[in-house]
Write a protein that binds this ligand. Sequence first.
Ligand SMILES: Cc1cc2nc3c(=O)[nH]c(=O)nc-3n(C[C@H](O)[C@H](O)[C@H](O)COP(=O)(O)OP(=O)(O)OC[C@H]3O[C@@H](n4cnc5c(N)ncnc54)[C@H](O)[C@@H]3O)c2cc1C
Length: 595
Amino acid sequence: MAAIAKRKFDVVIVGAGGSGMRASLQLSLAGLNVAVLSKVFPTRSHTVAAQGGIGASLGNMSEDNWHYHFFDTVKGSDWLGDQDAIEFMCREAPKVVYELEHFGMPFDRNADGTIYQRPFGGHTANYGEKPVQRACAAADRTGHAMLHTLYQQNVKARTQFFVEWMALDLIRNASGDVVGVTALEMETGELHILEAKTVLLATGGAGRIFAASTNAFINTGDGLGMAARAGIPLQDMEFWQFHPTGVAGAGVLLTEGCRGEGAILRNCNGERFMERYAPTLKDLAPRDFVSRCMDQEIKEGRGCGPNKDYIELDMTHLGGETILKRLPSVFEIGHNFANVDITKEPIPVVPTIHYQMGGIPTNIHGQVVAPAADGSQQIVNGLYAVGECACVSVHGANRLGTNSLLDLLVFGRAAGNHIVGAHKAGLSHQDLPADAAAVSQARLDRLDSATDGEYAQDVANDLRTSMQQHAGVFRTQASMDQGVQKIAELRERVKRIGLKDKSKVFNTARIEALEVENLIEAAQATMVSAAARHESRGAHTVNDYGDTPEHPNGRNDDVWMKHTLWHSASNSLSYKPVNLKPLTVESIPPKVRTF
Ligand SMILES: Cc1cc2nc3c(=O)[nH]c(=O)nc-3n(C[C@H](O)[C@H](O)[C@H](O)COP(=O)(O)OP(=O)(O)OC[C@H]3O[C@@H](n4cnc5c(N)ncnc54)[C@H](O)[C@@H]3O)c2cc1C
């Protein structure tokens, strides 16, 4: 066998979405030798699909400050978010948004030249009193504008991109430090070793573990799989956000910005039912809450259409001019995916999987932390994670809209700064272990030597259907327990996936098979963590744990105000406390969430 090609960098970043490119920019500008790997061309990363906006308390259009943003985010997280990280993010928000503006981001403008801001779910003024205009937007193409801006800045700073390279595994040495990654060059099918003083994972979410998802096909949780296989636990994976307004039957997202601009959800009687559930915030209550109300309406027979199985989003009163100015992509999506002219008729929507709140555990510098043998939380030397694949944790049990793009900027930048600092203090390359590529080589060899076996797509489809069935908007203990069994069986099937086409050049079947090995890690982490959490909190709502006087909304802080850690090798769980202590301000004490 030919020797495996090796290359050496200061830093290897896996992922060229918003978080990866915000971090790489910081590193390239500091003169570090940085390689950014991506399965697709950088500007095709899922960040490009973000529509609604970036949260920052600029106060351009209504009174606002970061304390309100901090409060909303803690409350939105159902008190599972770490308050130090949330304070850090909300305080940094205006700075990173203005910085982006100076990079050339084409935000929409107010008449006075300031950045346009729209209202968004769960974002309020004066601690829950009324909706606030906090989402900084470029029409309904905010992610598109942001990703292109960051890409251009990286080109200028001479960041090196490795496009259509798929990272396979982390390389750890005998002391557990991360010293590089292995990667497959898709064009040639060759395996490479990329050595680095620091590796940063920015691989985005794993939304493709569900059948109905707003996520891109590439969102297969590769970073989660890499971490899990390398012995790093995954945190809070039971918390998955359903976005209230996916186009029924298509899954494509209609941004919350629609409701920010005034769109209304209606049941089959034409009733604006959110007024009943959330008298103050109405259609702009947080996503977990709105999704459950929609599901409730459908369950109680007030869904729309012949099968009464969807809700209608009504934008007809906004007027064609506003829609074409503020929501041009939504107009196109209505036309292309639902055959609806949204200026004239309402569009059918259902809650659709959108975002993972959990991920690879990190501190506010993006450094990955994992429990040592004695149970203490220790930094994994050489490894950072940012963006949707990471869990810092600012979103807790439920993310507020616009806080993800913000998370990418704040923690991408913070991780970049921290890595630069560590390099300045004198980091050096460590020796690669002799078997650096052994795990990846074994994975590839198994696929190449399998003479029969199942199609990766069949296994992936069954996995997605199981997740949809057993980890949906409303969960039951019995169904989650069944889900745990099903996913364990699927893990066995993943081991038997075979490749009919063994060719090397651009063999997408091989890529898909390797992705399924990541999907199963994310899926099992989700199912096992969910079945073990015997309460309802944020997006994890279990019928068995309903509202009682002792535990309003089914949330049980005495037992469950803690982060879950799932360990792949043993398929077992451990827990760690939530940090209720912010950096400088007073803690927001837990309360019952009402809107
Ligand atoms: C339709 C949609 C609309 C949204 N709208 C908003 C919004 O308005 N506001 C908001 O705050 N949030 C929004 N979100 C959420 C937000 O966009 C995402 O959470 C965020 O963009 C994720 O960014 P990221 O940098 O973590 O990853 P991504 O942008 O998903 O990028 C991941 C990168 O990792 C690379 N990668 C993955 N695996 C590998 C591998 N094995 N090897 C090499 N490269 C790899 C990919 O190629 C890609 O470059 C939206 C999400 C969706 C799906």
